[in-house]
Each structure stands twice: as structure tokens, then as C-alpha cells.
Design a protein around this ligand. Structure first.
Ligand SMILES: [Zn+2]
Ligand SMILES: [Zn+2]
Length: 426
């Protein structure tokens, strides 16, 4: 549905705008019903607003926790940044909606993300409208924006050459010193009024200089040496860091280059990747919007992981995000709910044409790739009405795998099902 967008979900089943892939998977009523009963939370454990542990996101928190736990298992990359995402919404009810004029969707829930230069989201923290006061142990309280950073870098391994890029909403001298002391060298754009202790000329004075002019000043904050470099381009760009050398021109050039590459690009990248094929299913429940956003995030992450793995194998080819999404949908539709069998599929076709297309498709059920065959999830043995050839040994069998949609021997002599699904190393 995020690939082929129609005005309402009913349109996917309606004659004229019928989408076979969607409509043959389940009936419209079933889809609506699943959506209606989609809950992530045990209502008996609901906390009232007056409770000190009250969490505005409690209705979706169990789901967010599961996703975060998985994200934290992924090894991070060298260049990391803190980004903001908007989860678009029109719902005004939850009191969590924020406004950001710089984003394509100006109203939405704000999601702080620890992302890599590749666009991968390693951790996230959805803003509930009130700044959190909890901090990891032994951390300084560095105000609303600083604390967002501190919480998100808490899971970044220390002293292992990870570098963090942040923009001027977050950057302050104490935060930079804190990050450096904690083994994550930072680089950030900074507003000069946040670096008052440093004796730098004002923006106005700096702009009197010609383009390319550059000045660097250093200061010590909590025993950490920080450098602030102001560089005159079309406007004044000031950068603050703890880990670079002292040749201002060089630094500034490299900074502005890196800053464009490493800070701006992932941000744009994230926005554009999420914008493409965003799930746009409507719902009256506000937290369903967050659920779909997180699903989008996981999808983009999976796609990037697949690329990373291919590259490690020396293969730079990758599937476009769109095809990857369709591929996931395909595999998920192989998960049986009892409706799907290899010979009969979904709802009866609406007209002759569709029937013909379906016949062709039915014949062409291909094996899923090895990753899916070996995933150990949802491969169930089922009995079919008629026998077909076993994928493993070509003898005829009544038994098929619900996910692979292929027949296998499973009798006292042979267990082709097991043989076929066993993990092949390497
Ligand atoms: Zn067999
Ligand atoms: Zn299978």
C-alpha cells in the first residue's frame, strides 16, 4: 500500500482500482478488522496521568522497546549524527505534536534519531512534548537539547574512534567537553552566542571579511581543549570540535566539506528515504501513525543492512528500496494464516482478466531466497489436496511448506522438509 497509493484502503479492493497483490492476500473487512484491533499494550497496566511513571507513549511503548532492543544489537559506523525526524500527523489530540518549519511535513511527532552517515537509524527517542528528566547514570544535566544527545550516545561504545556530528540546536561547549571526556569526539556547528567565553569576532564583523576568511580560537572547558572555527562563506559557519589540529584554513575547508557530507547528507537522506513510499494508511488512533513510521524505519534499516552485507562480500550491487519493500511484502504474504495454500489463493477474482493474470502468477510461485528458507520462522508443514513434486528429491508428496509454498517429503523414509530447511553455512 505504501508503493501504490490510493485515496482509501477500500480502493485496493474496489473494481477499477483493484490491486491484485493486496486484494488477494486478505479481504478488505479482515484488513479493517486487524487495524481496528491492533494494540500493543495491556490496558490493565495503564497508568493515569497523575502517576509519576506516567508515559504518554505507554500505548505503544512495548513495541518501541522491542524495536530499540533489536537496533542496539547492530554494530555502529564511525560517523554518527543526531537527527530530527517528523512523524507527520494531523491529530491534535495527544498533545505531542510539534511544529518545525524546516521540514517537508511541518506538523508531527518529533523523533530524535542517532543515525549513521549511511542513513541507518541506530537508536531513537520520540519526544512526548515534555523534556525527559531521566539521564544515564553519572551524567551531567546539560539542558533539554544536550540531554537528548547524552541519552542517544549512551549506547555508543566509548574510546573506539566513533565520531559524532551535531547541529547548532544541540551544540554547547559543556556538551562538547562532556562527549570528549566520554570517548566520543564531537564536531558540531555552533551559534556564536553559545560560545561567548571565546573571544571571536561577531558574525557582523566576520562578514566584513572576504569569502574564505577563517579564524580559529581555542578554549578549555572542564579540562578539555575545544576549538571553535568561524569560516566566512555565503554566511558565517562556526564549528566546534575537540579533536582536530590547529591549522584553521585546513580545518575549515575540511570541516565545511565534512559537514556537508557527514551532517547534512544523512539528514536529507533520512528524510528522502522515509518520504519515499511512506506508509500512508489512515487511522483514528494516534499511535498507529507512530507504529507505521517505525515500520518504515525498520524497512530502511533492513535495506541498508542488506547493502552493508553485500559490500562486505565485495558486491556493490543492491536492490532499489522500492523493490526491497515489494520483496518484503512478498515474503510476509507467504506467512500463512491458513488462508494461503499453494493451489488456492485469497478471494475470487473480479473479472476474467484478473483471473488470467492470477493463473499465470500461480504457476510462477518461486522459492524464496535461502535467507528466507533458513530463517526458521513460520515454516509449517501442511497437507494439500493433491500431490506435487518435492523440491528436494522430486518424488511426489502431499506435504508442503506454508511459507516456501513448495512441496516436500515428510514420511517414515524421508524428511526432505528438514533437509531442505537446514542452515547451510557459508
Ligand atoms: Zn523429497
Ligand atoms: Zn519453508
Amino acid at each position: 500500500m505504501s508503493v501504490v497509493q490510493l485515496p482509501s484502503t477500500r480502493h485496493y479492493w474496489r473494481e477499477g482500482t483493484y490491486i491484485e497483490k493486496v486484494a488477494s492476500t486478505m479481504t478488505c473487512n479482515k484488513f479493517e478488522e486487524i487495524k481496528r484491533f491492533l494494540h500493543f499494550f495491556d490496558k490493565t497496566k495503564e497508568l493515569s496521568r497523575s502517576n509519576e511513571n506516567y508515559d504518554k507513549l505507554q500505548k505503544i511503548r512495548p513495541f518501541l522497546d522491542v524495536v530499540r532492543k533489536q537496533l542496539l544489537k547492530i554494530p555502529k559506523e564511525e560517523y554518527l549524527s543526531i537527527d530530527e525526524q517528523m512523524i507527520p500527523t494531523k491529530a491534535k489530540t495527544s498533545g505531542m505534536r510539534q511544529y518545525n518549519s524546516k521540514k517537508p511535513h511541518k506538523w508531527g511527532y518529533l523523533n530524535y534519531v542517532l543515525s549513521g552517515a549511511s542513513g541507518f537509524s541506530y537508536d531513537f527517542d520520540i519526544f512526548t512534548g515534555k523534556h525527559r528528566t531521566d539521564l544515564p547514570e553519572n551524567c551531567l544535566d546539560l539542558g533539554a537539547s544536550g540531554n537528548v544527545v547524552i541519552r542517544l550516545v549512551d549506547t555508543v561504545p566509548k574510546n573506539l574512534n566513533y565520531k559524532l556530528f551535531i547541529d547548532n540546536w544541540y551544540t554547547s561547549l559543556p556538551l562538547m567537553a562532556y562527549l570528549h571526556t566520554n570517548g566520543i569526539p564531537p564536531l558540531g556547528t555552533i551559534q556564536l552566542n553559545r560560545a561567548k567565553d571565546i573571544d571571536l569576532p561577531s558574525t557582523k564583523e566576520l562578514l566584513k571579511n572576504s569569502r574564505g576568511y577563517c579564524i580559529e580560537k581555542c578554549t578549555e572547558v572542564n579540562e578539555v581543549e575545544l576549538s571553535v572555527t568561524s569560516w566566512v562563506d555565503n554566511k558565517v559557519v562556526s564549528l566546534c570540535s575537540s579533536y582536530v589540529g590547529k591549522e584553521p584554513m585546513d580545518i575549515a575547508k575540511r570541516y565545511s566539506k565534512e559537514q556537508k557530507k557527514k551532517v547534512d547528507v544523512p539528514l536529507d537522506l533520512l528524510d528522502s528515504m522515509f518520504g519515499l513510499y511512506r506508509i500512508k494508511i489512515r487511522s483514528k488512533k494516534w499511535y498507529i501513525r507512530i507504529f507505521f513510521h517505525v515500520i518504515d524505519m525498520i524497512t530502511v534499516n533492513s535495506w541498508l543492512l542488506q547493502r552493508r552485507r553485500n559490500r562486505q562480500k565485495g558486491n556493490d550491487m543492491y536492490m532499489p528500496l522500492l523493490d526491497f519493500k515489494l520483496y518484503i511484502a512478498d515474503v510476509l504474504m507467504r506467512e500463512t494464516t491458513g488462508v494461503f495454500t499453494p493451489t488456492t489463493r485469497g478471494r475470487p477474482p473480479l473479472n476474467k482478466n484478473i483471473e488470467n493474470i492470477q493463473k499465470i502468477k500461480r504457476r510462477r510461485i518461486e522459492l524464496p531466497p535461502r535467507e528466507v528458507v533458513e530463517d526458521g520462522l513460520g515454516h509449517w508443514l501442511n497437507w494439500a489436496k493433491d500431490r506435487q513434486r518435492c523440491k528436494n528429491c522430486s518424488q511426489k508428496s502431499y506435504v508442503y511448506c506454508s511459507k516456501c509454498a513448495c512441496y516436500f517429503c515428510f514420511n517414515k523414509d524421508r524428511n526432505c522438509f528438514k533437509e531442505f530447511h537446514m542452515v547451510t553455512l557459508g
